[in-house]
Design a protein around this ligand. Structure first.
Ligand code: AMP
Length: 458
């Protein structure tokens, strides 16, 4: 997953991009980058780590130009390389090309091989570099034509913000896997992964960029095209379950309220007679937890408190604290939990290892019974469209029954929300979503061979 941001026609575009990335930080903590453009020169600021680590006050003050493109990147451990930081920037004889990409392409290998055969040389392992090469290949069709032709070659998931020598472009793949919204501030257009980025800079939300749509923004002027064959939409349901911020409206609907509905429905499906309290796994389980509590009439308590100041740490945890990684982030409230029968509400279980460690902590401080309700069905299949799920082998639900998963985590009982229950809690019709991680039904054909970059999420 990643967060993307673009702005044009505003004297503070760079600084606003910096704030926008702050709001999108949850979409990627690995690296951050901003390219500013003053209609003559593009300047690149980037680094590994959080937005607050990468840009200092002096840098932010030095931003010049009325255009900016920003990116926060999420990647798996193996691809934590400085050369893969986005946005991707190249200078071409026709001007600068800047690309910020969220999603994952599934025809990377085919495109890569074909382009190398034609003489392209790649500097990174990012999908975004492929997009830049394609744009350059078609530049003789004009800026707009080149983008339309380049994106037509891509298969899989992409929401992109592109800057092409003064033209700002936003696009979503025809399935619409990943979100992208359009806003306006002081007459200037803004593109962002989530509406929370618009909120922070006081931009007005205008609408979502639609699946298969490309918007071309030339200062205050916007043109939209939908040049591709229409596909059945496949919005990522996991954006609602876990990924997006609860204060965002994703795919035109609020995330917080959707999570609460998931929790309410879970309460219908998971009947627990004599529990003392409902506690969420903060923060992601909190909203479903509220819904569960309201519906089940069990009191809602925070049994674990999140430390919001956890950054990178340089001590060797194992020498000091056994379960450092769990405890540094979430600490149990002993006096709330001691002797109590608790039901934890969790948004999802992936490997099961984090939940196992947390349940152990709850038992150590004296919780009498520990049950868990999960506000989505078992995740049984990897995502090829940009959510960082491990391989099938590592997904606990792909190899264990619910009972076995509960035993592994150390629970008295475990229940997932049913597929039907999840879909009925959504603000949009069931057939609008990609649910491949729960059903193994992928909305696109999958190539036989995936590139390494499938693990290097954009
Ligand atoms: P685990 O118990 O190890 O399966 O971890 C489950 C936790 O990971 C849940 O609290 C989720 O909020 C969180 N989670 C869900 N999806 C992802 C993901 N793609 N990457 C990282 N964490 C995730």
């Amino acid at each position: 997953m990643c967060g993307i941001f673009g702005m044009t026609g505003h004297k503070d575009a760079g600084r606003l991009a910096y704030l926008g990335l702050y709001a999108l930080q949850h979409r990627g903590e690995e690296s951050a980058g901003i390219v500013t453009y003053n209609r003559k020169k593009a300047i690149y600021y980037k680094g590994m780590g959080l937005v607050s680590d990468v840009f200092d006050a002096k840098t932010v003050k030095s931003f010049r130009g009325d255009m900016a493109v920003g990116h926060v990147r999420y990647s798996t451990t193996g691809s934590s390389l400085a050369k893969n930081i986005q946005p991707f920037l190249v200078k071409h004889k026709r001007g600068y090309i800047v690309i910020a990409h969220n999603g994952n392409l599934i025809n990377t290998i085919a495109l890569h091989d074909e382009m190398e055969d034609r003489g392209s040389i790649f500097q990174t392992t990012m999908d975004s570099e492929i997009i830049a090469h394609l744009i350059v290949r078609y530049l003789n069709r004009g800026f707009k034509g080149s983008v339309i032709s380049a994106l037509s070659q891509l298969r899989g998931a992409y929401s992109v913000v592109i800057m092409l020598d003064g033209l700002l472009i936003g696009a979503r793949d025809p399935y619409g896997f990943r979100p992208l919204c359009l806003g306006k501030l002081d007459g200037a257009y803004v593109l962002a992964s989530e509406t929370c980025a618009l909120d922070l800079i006081h931009a007005k939300y205008i609408r979502d960029v639609e699946p298969g749509e490309i918007v071309f923004i030339d200062r205050g002027d916007i043109k939209s095209v939908k040049p591709y064959v229409k596909q059945k939409s496949a919005l990522c349901i996991f954006e609602y379950i876990y990924f997006s911020r609860p204060d965002s409206n994703i795919f035109c609907n609020n995330v917080y309220l959707t999570r609460k509905r998931l929790g309410r429905r879970l309460a219908h499906e998971y009947k627990l007679d004599d529990c003392d309290l409902v506690m969420p796994m903060p923060d992601s389980g909190s909203y479903a937890g509220i819904g569960f509590s309201q519906e089940s009439k069990l009191p809602f308590e925070f049994g674990m408190i999140r430390n919001h100041y956890v950054g990178r740490t340089f001590i060797q945890p194992s020498q000091f604290v056994r379960d450092f990684r769990v405890r540094v982030k979430l600490n149990p409230v002993k006096d709330v939990l001691r002797g109590k029968k608790v039901v934890i509400i969790e948004d999802s279980i992936v490997r099961g290892t984090t939940s196992r460690a947390r349940v152990k902590t709850l038992r150590e401080v004296g919780a009498k019974e520990v049950h868990m309700g999960v506000s989505c069905p078992p995740i049984v299949s990897p995502c090829y469209y940009g959510i960082d799920f491990p391989t099938k082998r590592e997904l606990i639900a792909s190899k264990r029954t619910v009972k076995q998963t509960g035993d592994f985590i150390g629970l008295d009982s475990l229940q997932y929300l049913s597929l039907d229950g999840m879909l009925k809690s959504m603000p949009l019709a069931a057939d609008k979503f990609c649910t491949a991680c729960f059903t193994c039904k992928y909305p696109t054909k999958l190539p036989k061979k995936f590139s390494k970059s499938i693990l290097e999420r954009g």
